[in-house]
Write a protein that binds this ligand. Structure first.
Ligand SMILES: [Zn+2]
Length: 138
């Protein structure tokens, strides 16, 4: 999927820490940091495991499948870059592998949204350099 954006899109604040995530998204893959000591997947990316504090982290592929944990429908985005997208669905996705991630639900009528509905990742190539991971009904 490709969305036309005429905006200066916000950029990640720590691109060196999150680079594996963005590189994978560009390949239309979803990866998460995984602790090599306790096998825990987590998100957002951090330099240490939030469970055991080990710095031994590697990025690993995840299925891109999960459930819609919660959501809200944004009618008036705070950032002007997203005014054209309103209304959009700001979502918390519970991935099958454990982590929750903030994203957007797409390809779904607003009236059909349900907490706990199965979802799957889709990749929105918003610019030649950046791809956003969003979710649609599975
Ligand atoms: Zn750990």
């Amino acid at each position: 999927m490709t969305t036309e954006y005429q905006k200066p899109l916000p950029r990640p604040l720590s691109p060196e820490l999150t680079k594996p995530f963005w590189d994978a998204a560009k390949r239309h893959e979803l990866v998460m940091p995984r602790c090599q000591k306790c096998d825990h997947f987590f998100f957002y990316p951090r330099e240490e495991c939030p469970r055991c504090l080990s710095p031994d982290i590697q990025w690993a592929s995840v299925s891109g499948r999960g459930r819609l944990h919660t959501y809200t429908i944004v009618h008036q985005p705070v950032n002007p870059a997203f005014h054209e997208d309103a209304p959009h669905v700001y979502s918390v996705i519970q991935l099958d592998e454990g982590p929750r991630m903030i994203s957007n639900m797409v390809e779904c009528d607003l009236d059909d949204l349900r907490v706990d509905m199965p979802v799957v990742a889709v990749y929105d190539d918003v610019t030649p350099d950046w791809t956003l991971v969003k979710f649609k009904p599975a």
